[in-house]
Design a protein around this ligand. Structure first.
Ligand SMILES: Cc1ncc(C[n+]2csc(CCOP(=O)(O)OP(=O)(O)O)c2C)c(N)n1
Ligand SMILES: [Mg+2]
Length: 340
């Protein structure tokens, strides 16, 4: 536990000392807002308009993690996502209409409409190789990709996202152990959003933090406040550089909060109201926008203009997805591994 490097919130007073341009700050804000507005719209399409159906897990409240980590990576680095992957995809630059199209089951979707929300983050053109509903399954797969990169003497790394619940699976321990033994270039990012379904992290996990587990396997491990995009970015940048240079794994646990239920239909009534209120007061986008204003980097008006622009783009993605065709039935065979 003592080996875990703890990183707290970054104050607004530090913003102008960072090696980030004003444009980069704007881009970070835009990306977080894209995720927020996209998902709020998706939630309405499920629950109010009834236009979307099927399983769907929202990323609301966790935006700072996807955006902070992606900014620290190179575009040709490999990403392993999960069923809660809309945020990873948008932060990586997957076009909104491709992601929305997948939710609508249309051919323009990231998986040609065959995957739905749980697989929608998978986008090979953006090097997002995997997004599955099997909790923890991405961890050994990330180790495998890390091994492939090592064989090819590549200088790319793998960034593997997973939740706090995944840390209680065997795959977590096997995957991290093998990554440590074989010295594989994997950056592990645990998004500890306090819950695995309805089970609070404090009841599923014996230790006080997950980062200490990874540290036990010899990995350099960080515990960062995951509702602060700049802190996540700083940690991820340092960690990604270490993975790239040393060709060895590093672990980051981000503390955050799942603002909604496990899936879109879960009202999450099992959570104490005070807990929810406390985390909502620390909303990552609210926090960041306040700091952007306090540091004089952006005005309230500029933030509002960005919001309008993002909302328009979300609406355009919905319109395009509605109009788009579904995959031709005859095409289905093309996407099977084995056909007669
Ligand atoms: C191996 C496996 N066990 C159980 C499940 C059922 N399940 C789906 S999501 C989930 C909770 C996962 O929580 P966490 O890893 O914290 O991710 P989060 O949903 O909070 O992002 C569980 C238990 C599953 N999909 N796969
Ligand atoms: Mg969780």
């Amino acid at each position: 536990m003592s080996n875990v490097i703890i990183v707290e919130e970054t104050p607004a007073t530090e913003y102008r000392t960072l090696a980030l341009s004003r444009e980069e700050f704007i881009d970070i804000y835009k990306k977080m807002l894209e995720i927020r507005r996209f998902e709020e719209r998706v939630e309405k399409l499920f629950l109010v308009e009834g236009e979307l159906i099927g399983p769907c897990h929202l990323y609301l409240g966790q935006e700072a993690i996807a955006v902070g980590v992606m900014k620290a990576l190179r575009d040709d680095d490999i990403i392993i996502s999960t069923y809660r992957g809309h945020g990873h995809a948008l932060a990586r630059g997957v076009p909104m209409e491709k992601l929305m199209g997948e939710l609508y089951g249309k051919e323009i979707g990231t998986c040609k409409g065959l995957g739905g929300s749980m697989h929608s983050a998978m986008c090979v053109e953006k090097n997002i190789m995997f997004a599955t509903a099997i909790v923890g399954s991405g961890i050994p797969i990330a180790a495998g990709i890390g091994l492939a990169l090592k064989y090819r003497s590549s200088d790319n790394i793998v960034a593997c996202f997973f939740g706090d619940g995944a840390a209680t699976t065997g795959a977590f321990h096997e995957g991290i152990n093998i990554a440590a033994i074989l010295q594989l270039p994997v950056l592990f990012i645990c998004e500890n959003n306090q819950y695995a379904y309805s089970l609070p992290f404090t009841k599923s996990f014996a230790g006080k933090n997950i980062a200490a587990f990874a540290s036990g396997y010899g990995l350099r491990s960080y515990l960062v406040y995951g509702n602060d995009v700049i802190s996540v970015y700083k940690v991820a940048k340092e960690a990604a550089e270490l993975v790239r240079e040393n060709r060895s794994p590093v672990f980051i646990e981000c503390r955050t909060y799942r603002q909604r239920g496990h899936g879109v239909y879960d009202r999450a009534l099992y959570r104490p109201r005070e807990e929810v209120e406390e985390w909502l007061k620390n909303d990552p986008i609210m926090k960041f926008s306040k700091k952007l204003i306090d540091s004089g980097l952006l005005s309230q008006k500029e933030l509002e203009d960005i919001d309008l622009e993002v909302r328009e783009r979300v609406e355009k993605a919905v319109e395009e997805s509605r109009k788009a065709p579904v995959l031709d039935f005859e095409e289905l065979n093309k996407y099977l591994y084995a056909s007669r």
